[in-house]
Design a protein around this ligand. Sequence first.
Ligand SMILES: Cc1cc2nc3c(=O)[nH]c(=O)nc-3n(C[C@H](O)[C@H](O)[C@H](O)COP(=O)(O)OP(=O)(O)OC[C@H]3O[C@@H](n4cnc5c(N)ncnc54)[C@H](O)[C@@H]3O)c2cc1C
Length: 385
Amino acid sequence: MHRIVILGAGYAGVMSAVITAARTKRRDDVRITLVNATERFTERLRLHQTASGQEVADLRIPELLKDTGVEFVRGWVTGIDAAAHTVRVDDEQVLEYDTLVYALGGVADTAAVPGADDHAHTLNSRREAELLARRLADAGTRTVAVCGSGLTGVEAAAEIAEQHPELGVVLLGRQEPGATLGVKAKAYLDASLERLGVEVRSGVEIGKVLPDSVELVGGESVAADVVLWTSGVRVSPLAAAAGLEVDGNGRIVTDAALRSVSHPEIYAVGDAALIRQGYGVLHGTCQSGMPTGVHAAESIVRELRGKRPKPFRFGYYHTPVSLGRHDAVVQFTRPDSSPRSFLLTGRRAVWYKETVTSSPWPTYRRLMSMPGMGSVWPRGGRFTR
Ligand SMILES: Cc1cc2nc3c(=O)[nH]c(=O)nc-3n(C[C@H](O)[C@H](O)[C@H](O)COP(=O)(O)OP(=O)(O)OC[C@H]3O[C@@H](n4cnc5c(N)ncnc54)[C@H](O)[C@@H]3O)c2cc1C
C-alpha cells in the first residue's frame, strides 16, 4: 500500500487530491488522505467579498470527495516527522505517509510591523474575514485603513468602499496600486478607485499599527477605526521545524519536479512552495497554484509507475483584478507576468473575473470524471523558457 497524504485543501491541495484519485482509481494499492483545518473549502479569491458582508457559496470538501476513495481528515496539522514519515494532526492523530504533498498555503505577514498582529484584521481565513465584516458593519466604524497596496489590498479596498459607501477607506502602501499592470490597465484601476472614493496613499512606509490608527515611518499618523493588513506573505513554520530546506520566508525549496530539494518524497505546491521558472520565482497565485497541484499529482502517478517525474513548466496569462462587484480590469500577460497590450475593462472584465473565480470547484468535479484532462489542462497560457 502506497500512502499519499496531502496537507491543506486549498486550491493547490484539492487539485492534487482530485487528480491523484482520478488517476489511481483502478489501483487498490494506493491510499490517499487529505487533511485540512476546515470541512468547508475556503475560496480565498472571495475573502474580500466575505469581509465586506457578502454571502458566498458553502462548498464542502467531503462532498466533493464522495465516492473518490480519498479519506478526508479535518484537523490542524501540528507537526511533521520527516525521518519517520509521519504527520501529527491536532496533536493526537498520527498519519503515516510514503509520499507527502505539502499545500498549506500562506497568509498575510502581520509580523512585519509592530502592532499589526494585535490590532489589524486580515483576510487569512473565512473566520477572520467574517470578523472584519462584523467590524465594518458596526455603527462605531467610520474609517478603514487597508495596509498593503498590492492586488489583494486593491481588491479589498474597492470591495469595502462599494459595499460600505458610508465609510472612509484609505489604501496605504509602498507601491502604486496596479504597479504591475500595463499603463492603460493601471489608469483604469486608478480611475475606478477614485470613483469608489478610495483615498490612495502610495509611496508610504508603514511603521506601526495602533488600536485607532496607522503610524507611518516619519511619524505621521493616519486615523482608522479599523485596520486591514494584506501585505507580505508568511507561511506555516511546520516545514522548517521538520528540517526541510526552506527559503527566508519559510517556503519549501523545490526541485524542477516540485519535490523538496532536501526530502524528495515530499512535494510542495501552491503558496507554501518556492518554485523557480526560467523567468524567476513564482508569486503566490491561484493561477499558478492549481497547476502545481496538477503537476505534483501527475508526478506521483508517474513515480508509482516506475517513471521519473517531468519538470514543471508554467507561464502566467492574465492578471484579473476585481474593483467591487460592478467593475474590474483584466490585464493579459506574457508568461513571465509582464503586461501585454490586451486588456478588458468594465462589464466584460467583471464577467471574465467572475468566470475565473468560480471555475475551480466545477473544474475539480470535471477532472474527477475526465482524469486525462489533468495532463493537458492548466499549465498556464504558454510553455515558458
Ligand atoms: C482576498 C484575496 C484575493 C485573491 N485574489 C486572487 C486572484 O484574483 N487570483 C489569484 O490567482 N490569486 C488570488 N489570491 C491569492 C490566492 O488566493 C492564493 O495564491 C491561493 O489561495 C494559494 O492556494 P494554496 O492552495 O497554496 O493555499 P490556500 O488556498 O491558502 O489553502 C491552504 C489550505 O491549507 C489549510 N491549512 C493551513 N495550515 C494548516 C494546518 N496547519 N493544518 C490544517 N490545514 C491548514 C488552510 O485552511 C487552507 O484550506 C487572492 C488572495 C486573497 C487573500
